[in-house]
Design a protein around this ligand. Sequence first.
Ligand code: AMP
Length: 285
Amino acid sequence: MKRATHISELREIIALEKKRGRVIALVPTMGYLHRGHLSLVERAKKTGAFVVLSIFVNPLQFGPNEDYASYPRDLERDANLVEVAGVDVLFHPSSEEMYPRPMVTYVEVGQLDSVLCGAKRPGHFRGVATIVSKLFHIVQPDLAFFGQKDYQQYLVIQRMVSDLNLPIEICSVSIAREEDGLALSSRNVFLTLEQRLEAKILSQSLNEAEASLRAGERSARKIESQLREKISGHCQGIIDYVEVRDAGDLSEVTTIERPVLIALAVKFGSTRLIDNKVVEVDRHV
Ligand code: AMP
């Protein structure tokens, strides 16, 4: 596996592979890798592409009171993991390499930024869209892989690629979970034992919401209040949001007749966890 910290080095490596006719796949991450990230790599490898994995904790997507400084980092452990997983080149630039000057140019993401995590984390998706756009320009991949764990991020990137006519296929990968259902996240290491045990309620409550929908419940507000009750009754986490929204454009839903995203964010102490489920319903039930 090659490693690059400078944009120029990475560009040289990729130019050579493109000349050889290889398809280029990009897996952007913030590191502290787990099985969820590796499932993205696995999917990318399956395409036969030359796989570039980036690790960059992007300051632009963290709010002033968020966990940029304390975000977990372990580059050498990550490098070993991705080498074993078959990544072709690991790109881990410094902040100075990515942001040599204060930015004046950003990618704005409009109404997709005003709901769910966007509403709770002002500027977050602008930071995400801007760094992903920079990575797309640096790597010029044919394919890029994103996890459904960050479903809103996936929609934002898909929309950016469509709006800006970027010739990149966005591939989404389903959520990797622990045995008890907790969605894998780099931030799970911050949970105390008690919080970790309680956190399984998030996926359990999403499963119950799905079951309730499948049993015929069509009121988005009822599903949301069932979820809230379940979560606040079984853990000490503080609900940031619990919402049922249109899975295609995140617009508001009252009566569920199309595929919906059931999404939640819950704070366990200072650790904010997100999870979601996309449910397609039969409108004739
Ligand atoms: P992050 O390092 O948290 O920015 O995540 C990098 C990529 O991995 C994003 O596309 C995430 O959606 C994806 N990812 C993170 N956790 C999971 C998971 N549990 N299952 C699948 N994909 C994930």
